[in-house]
Write a protein that binds this ligand. Sequence first.
Ligand code: NAP
Length: 284
Amino acid sequence: MNTYIKGSTRLIGLLGNPVKHSKSPHMHNLCFEKLGLDYVYMAFGIQDNLIGKSVDAMRILNFKGFNVTMPHKQRVMDFLDEISEDAKIIGSVNTVVNNNGRLIGYNTDGRGFVKALEEEGQGFKDEKIIIIGAGGASKSISIQLAFDGAREVVLFNRTTHKAQEISDIINKEMPNSKARALELDEKILKKELKDSKVLINATSIGMKDTIDKSVITSPNILHKDLFVADIIYAPSKTKFLFQAEEVGCRTMNGTSMLLYQGALAFKMWTGKDMPIEDVKERIF
Ligand code: NAP
């Protein structure tokens, strides 16, 4: 039993559905304990129609903040007092900070990915980046990469209009970067990859039910100078990453993105740096 919970302990939460699989409670509580911080992190499975009431509960119980995950990342924005500029552009919030009663929404997903890329020593500024997928995660990552200096972002998606929507946002909001949306066709992908250094899988292909599948049919479309990232972290090596290794590409899975989006939130809530090495050793 935890003996560090006291009358003064402040709550931090996770609102999502489902949340049972989440590593966030383990990650944050380990860090609170390690640094002797008077917080505790709890996960709450919240039905779609109850997100507004749940945010009210966070206010009433004076939570220091909370994370938000699927399916509430967009809808939660209606119930907050302020949204950061980048979260407004991305159109979703994954971290909320209670600043003296005002709930402020941020998005740390894209910044978590950029930090992970930097940790690998992989440059992206002034480069052409290719992203497969146009869901919520792709949107955060592609907008953040453009915001932080990628020269060009090319989005491939099964449903092309979703890639087009992200591309339009980048072209409108970030004049120093340009974006294009293309249909998910391997011949076109291979051609676009020739002058690109970074390829990212931001689809869900390769996890759980599709563990034996990859977003590409053959590794032949890749080249060995590519840095290949998959944002899936379970399994730790997707079929897509095995294909990339076959060609000799450097690779990265989604664990560091997960870790750094959490570390950014941790800093916002506590003002302290997350003890990253402890988290890597004990959790990932
Ligand atoms: P999402 O909004 O549901 O988007 C799913 C994406 O996958 C869409 O682009 C979708 O294409 C594509 N897709 C799904 N099944 C497909 C198929 N059979 N063929 C082609 N494309 C397919 O999900 P998300 O929130 O962006 O998450 C995507 C993945 O990222 C998940 O695996 C999630 O676990 C992971 N993730 C990791 C982190 C991290 O910290 N590492 C953070 C967030 C998410 P359509 O648009 O055509 O449907």
